[in-house]
Write a new protein. Sequence first.
Length: 105
Amino acid sequence: MAIQPNTPLKKPIWTLVILNGADGFLTYWGLLAGAIEEANPLLRSLTPLTIFMIKVLLSACLASFLLTSLVRLQSRFWRYFLLAVNVLYFGILALHITWLTLVYL
């Protein structure tokens, strides 16, 4: 049995990649359906496809951190920072679920 390397930030980074990708897809879907408006002032003037592609690129960049030594950091700061960002994204996805429920049910 191989010994697993100590990678305390691997799960939080993967979670962030998945949540960001889900946010991108649901935002794209909601914008195309006319069910939502983009709340981020930096993205508001962009097309739904451009926003989606930015989210895909951001997810790929975040996933690239999994190939670096960052995943092995034993830093409380980074662990709590990633936890806070993941909680924020869970909140954003809760908003997406709310509008999905209101629009499609």
